[in-house]
Design a binder for this molecule. Structure first.
Ligand SMILES: [Ca+2]
Ligand SMILES: [Ca+2]
Length: 159
C-alpha cells in the first residue's frame, strides 16, 4: 500500500511533462537550427579564365559530396542548393555555422582554396521559434586571381 502514492506521483509527473512541453514548445526560443544553402550568385568570379569551379566545405564535409564533383560558375551566374548536393548542417547553441566556399582546379578535385566564408549567425537562430525560417546573407569578396564577389544566402530553420 505504501508504494501506491509514489506510483501515482510518478504517473502524474510523467503525465504532466508532455502537456507542458506541448503548450510551451511553439513559443519557445529555438535551441538549434538546421542550416541549408539557399542561394549563391556569382557577381564576379575569381579566375582569369572567367569560370570558377566551386564546392562548399561544411563541418569538414565537401559539397557536392560524392566523387570528383564541383559546380562551375561564371559572372552573373545563379547557383541553387541542388547544384552543390544540398549542403546542410546543424547550428547548436551560440556557435555560428560556416559554409566555406572553395575553388578547385580540375583535374585535381580536392578541397581547393577558400574564397571566403558564408556565416549563419547563432544570434538569428536564437531569435526564432520552433518551425520559424529566416535567412542570413554573406557577401564573399577577394582579389585572387581577380576581384571576385559572391552573394551566398543561407536558410535557417528553427528546430
Ligand atoms: Ca576556371
Ligand atoms: Ca579553378
Amino acid at each position: 500500500m505504501r508504494s501506491r502514492p509514489l506510483i501515482a506521483a510518478l504517473a502524474l509527473a510523467g503525465g504532466m511533462i508532455a502537456p507542458v512541453l506541448a503548450v510551451t514548445g511553439p513559443a519557445h526560443a529555438a535551441g538549434s537550427c538546421r542550416v541549408d544553402l539557399y542561394d549563391i550568385d556569382a557577381n564576379n568570379v575569381a579566375e582569369r579564365d572567367g569560370q570558377d569551379e566551386l564546392r562548399f566545405k561544411v563541418d569538414g564535409n565537401l559539397f557536392p559530396k560524392f566523387g570528383a564533383k564541383y559546380f562551375a560558375m561564371r559572372s552573373g551566374g545563379d547557383g541553387d542548393p541542388g547544384d552543390f548536393g544540398n549542403p546542410t548542417t546543424l547550428l547548436v547553441g551560440s556557435t555560428n555555422v560556416k559554409f566555406d566556399l572553395r575553388e578547385v582546379t580540375p583535374p585535381i578535385i580536392g578541397e581547393g582554396d577558400s574564397l571566403g566564408v558564408a556565416v549563419a549567425h547563432a544570434s538569428i537562430c536564437a531569435g526564432l521559434s520552433s518551425g520559424d525560417v529566416d535567412y542570413d546573407t554573406t557577401i564573399i569578396q577577394g582579389h585572387d586571381e581577380t576581384d571576385y564577389t559572391y552573394t551566398v544566402k543561407l536558410k535557417l530553420t528553427a528546430q
